[in-house]
Each structure stands twice: as C-alpha cells, then as structure tokens.
Write a protein that binds this ligand. Structure first.
Ligand SMILES: C[S@@+](CC[C@H](N)C(=O)[O-])C[C@H]1O[C@@H](n2cnc3c(N)ncnc32)[C@H](O)[C@@H]1O
Ligand SMILES: [Zn+2]
Length: 270
C-alpha cells in the first residue's frame, strides 16, 4: 500500500497529517481523501473559475490518444533523461499532470510520484486509474508542499511557474519541460487555419535554473483510424476552431499523417 503523502495545508502552510481518510493540520483545517484516492487542496478562494482547467471531454480524448502509443517516443525520451540524471528513489512532481499518463510512467518501486492539476475532473480520472501515485487538485502557483522537497519536476504542455517549481526543488534537483517545437501538429493546424503558424520555440519562461540539456524530438504520426485524429484534435487548444467541414474531411480520410515535434529542456537548480 502506498504511504500517505507529504502535503502542507493550503490555508496555513502547516504540515498535514493523514488519519481516518483525511488530511488535517494543527489548526484543524481538514481535507478529505476522495473515494478515488485524491485530495482537493484547492480552497474555493483560490479558484478563479468554477471548473478551472481542461474539461472532461478533452481529458478523455487525451487519454484515448495517449493509450494508443502515439507519444511513446516522448515517454521514452523523458524516461531516459530521468534514468540518466535523476535520483529515481526520490520524490517527483508532475506539474499540471492532466489524467496522470506521464506521472504514472515515472513511478517505480521506490519513488513517490505526485501529480497536481487544477482541474478536479482530470484528477479524479488520474487517481482512479493510477492508484500508486499521489494526486491532488491544486494550483501550480502555490503548491502545497514544503521547500526543497522534490528532486525532479516534470511539466508537459502545462504552465511553467518557475519561482514555485524552484522553491519545491531540492538543491541540484531537475525541472524537465516539454513544449511544442515549430512543426508540432502542423498538418492538422493547416487544415483548420488558412495560414498555420509555427510554434514560437524561443518562449522559455525559465531564467533562474540552469539549462543542462535541450533536445528536439520529431517524428511523423500515421493515423489509419480517424478516431485517433479526432481524439488528437479534441485534445488541442484549437479544437473549437475546427469547422464541421474539417471534421467531416478528417472522418473521411483513410490515412492522415501529422508531425509530432517536441522540445525537451532539462534545467537544474544550482
Ligand atoms: C495541455 S494539459 C497537459 C496535461 C498533461 N501534462 C499531459 O500532457 O497529458 C495542461 C494541464 O495543465 C493544467 N493547468 C493549467 N493551469 C494550471 C494551474 N494554474 N495549476 C494547475 N494545473 C494547471 C490543466 O488543467 C491541464 O490539465
Ligand atoms: Zn491549516
């Protein structure tokens, strides 16, 4: 059985102790563990909208797509960096973890893997499937964990909050970010926009940590089943821009090839 997680109270920053399916601090603030195993550490006053983050449809589309292995080369690359540079028995955070796919991939028999996301529906889905990881609803701008706690933080297509990530990283700990490179999903964007823009790869919000590795990973994804392309479309931020005509076109195609293009950046806290 997995041990209790080490969280801080989001209201008073004191340590939370786990007993009777509830996390409680010395000031008696308490946070129940949900039946799926996650804990909601996002007090209402920290929420800027009623249901922040991706919606359930986007999350289920992402899960179906990821389950079919289209991003396996990305997982392999992330894990090879983790095995090479990381202390794989120490706690790891997947920041903006979505439905937990990458969190779970990093779990081994000795480490504790934490996944945090602001979207409750997403965390429910993550916790239900991946019971060996610690999932919580929370905001990346104020993580409910002590300073210098994690030796590895991953951020896959999620907001990068450098100051907070640096705070929770141990000395010499690593932050691995995955962001889109120029041609990511270019063929799909070309169908939707009259003029598809390439991603701006120079946007890196990380200034205080030291860049150790920067690698580009590009490969074509060949879809024989239009369900996969529709799932891919549904998990993108431009899905709502796709006209009915484009969706019909995608449904009728026998095959569709689209480029996956990622930039992985590994930073270290000095
Ligand atoms: C594009 S998704 C990526 C999810 C996952 N990393 C993956 O690649 O499958 C971005 C995620 O960041 C989460 N997110 C956005 N802003 C956040 C914040 N301020 N705090 C926590 N999570 C946030 C969203 O809810 C969403 O699940
Ligand atoms: Zn408290």
């Amino acid at each position: 059985m997995k041990s209790a997680a080490n969280y801080l109270c989001p209201l008073c920053q004191q340590a939370l102790t786990f007993a009777d399916k509830s996390y409680r601090c010395v000031n008696n603030h308490s946070f129940d563990q949900a039946k799926q195993g996650y804990v909601n550490l996002l007090p209402v006053q920290f929420k800027h909208s009623k249901a922040p983050g991706d919606n359930k449809e986007m999350v289920l589309a992402r899960r179906a797509f990821l389950d079919n292995g289209f991003y396996q080369p990305l997982v392999d690359k992330m894990l090879s960096l983790y095995l090479h540079y990381g202390k794989t028995a120490e706690p790891l955070l997947d920041a903006g973890c979505g439905e937990g796919f990458y969190s779970h991939q990093h779990k081994n028999s000795t480490n504790q893997v934490y996944g945090v996301d602001i979207a409750k529906e997403t965390i429910k889905i993550a916790a239900k499937r991946y019971q060996d990881c610690h999932f919580s609803v929370g905001t990346l701008s104020k993580l409910s964990v002590s300073d210098n706690y994690f030796s590895w933080v991953t951020s896959v297509y999620a907001p990068i909050l450098e100051e907070e990530f640096t705070r929770v990283l141990k000395e010499k700990g690593y932050l691995l970010t995955v962001t889109p490179a120029q041609h990511h999903l270019y063929e799909l964007k070309e169908l939707i926009y009259q003029k598809a823009h390439e991603h701006d790869v120079n946007k890196t919000p990380v200034k205080q940590l030291t860049l150790i590795v920067e690698e580009r990973l590009s490969y074509p994804m060949v879809f024989d089943c239009n369900k996969d392309v529709l799932n891919l479309l549904a998990m993108t931020p431009f899905a709502f821009k796709a006209s009915d005509e484009v969706i019909c076109q995608l449904k009728s195609r026998k095959q569709f090839t689209c480029q996956a293009d990622f930039i992985l950046r590994l930073y270290q806290k000095q």
